[in-house]
Design a binder for this molecule. Structure first.
Ligand SMILES: CC(C)(COP(=O)(O)OP(=O)(O)OC[C@H]1O[C@@H](n2cnc3c(N)ncnc32)[C@H](O)[C@@H]1OP(=O)(O)O)[C@@H](O)C(=O)NCCC(=O)NCCS
Length: 161
């Protein structure tokens, strides 16, 4: 099955229903691996309301990977305008909040293509850097981001009390 059969396009709010399967699979994976953080839910993120909010002011977008009319992957991206805080570098940045590919369609280059679409969108809007969080358990996503040139600039720590 060649990559040519998979199309990447920008999504609308109406696409949320079609993307629900891959959204649910992506969230279930995180919930399973980080149950101290994520609860089971019937309305996994990004919810339709979150996508509506993301697309409202042109400061965010989502891209879908489709095969024969079915959504097999998605990515969300939003701009973060420069901070006015004098101690911080005033740089337009983009944040990738959510990315997922249906299990059956992994390792076909779709994650790479979706990230490329998100980065191009952000670059065209003046972003100089893309930021994202990845869970320590998530070796697959870490592998993808490393391949794409992302490096760790901060680590979040926690301790159960
Ligand atoms: C992480 C994820 C998005 C990768 O998507 P994908 O479409 O399979 O990735 P690609 O096929 O574009 O991979 C491109 C390159 O990234 C690296 N990569 C991708 N998956 C990897 C894995 N599981 N382990 C190590 N490296 C990996 C490889 O270098 C790969 O190139 P190769 O296949 O030629 O070796 C996908 O595994 C996924 O949806 N995982 C569950 C949800 C998730 O973790 N989302 C990200 C949350 S931060």
């Amino acid at each position: 099955m060649g990559d040519a059969e998979i199309g990447i396009r920008q999504g609308t709010v109406e696409d949320h229903a079609q993307a629900r399967g891959v959204i649910a699979e992506t969230f279930a994976f995180h919930q399973r691996e980080a149950p101290a953080f994520f609860r089971e839910t019937d309305d996994p993120p990004p919810t339709r309301m979150a996508i509506e909010e993301l697309l409202r002011d042109g400061e965010g977008a989502w891209f879908l990977a489709e095969r024969e009319g079915s959504v097999v992957g998605f990515v969300t991206v939003r701009l973060r305008q420069p901070s006015r805080e004098p101690s911080l570098v005033p740089e337009v940045r983009a944040v990738v909040d959510s990315l997922g590919i249906l299990h059956a369609w992994r390792r076909h280059g779709i994650g790479r293509r979706l990230m490329g679409a998100a980065e191009a969108w952000a670059r065209q809007r003046g972003a100089r850097r893309v930021m994202l969080n990845v869970w320590e358990f998530n070796e697959g996503a870490s592998g993808l981001y490393e391949t794409l040139g992302y490096t760790t600039f901060n680590r979040n720590l926690w301790k159960a009390l």
